[in-house]
Design a binder for this molecule. Structure first.
Ligand code: SF4
Length: 62
């Protein structure tokens, strides 16, 4: 799984960081970025939960 955050949609709620801090982090500006776009298999469930929980639908995957 590959994952990324659309910086035009992200509003910095931080839900993704709370659910999966191994993959998502907040920049100094308060918006989310992925620290690693290639998600290890053991984190796919947590990333999927972050995708479903993002209030702005800002997280995408392939
Ligand atoms: S949950 Fe969505 S809107 Fe909130 S910081 Fe993460 S990507 Fe951005």
């Amino acid at each position: 799984m590959r994952v990324w955050v659309d910086d035009q949609r992200c509003r910095g709620h931080g839900v993704c960081v709370t659910l999966c801090p191994q993959v998502f982090s907040l920049t100094d500006d308060g918006y989310a970025v992925t620290t690693d776009t290639d998600v290890p298999a053991e984190l796919e469930a947590a990333v999927g939960e972050a995708i479903d929980s993002c209030p702005e639908q800002a997280i995408s995957k392939t």
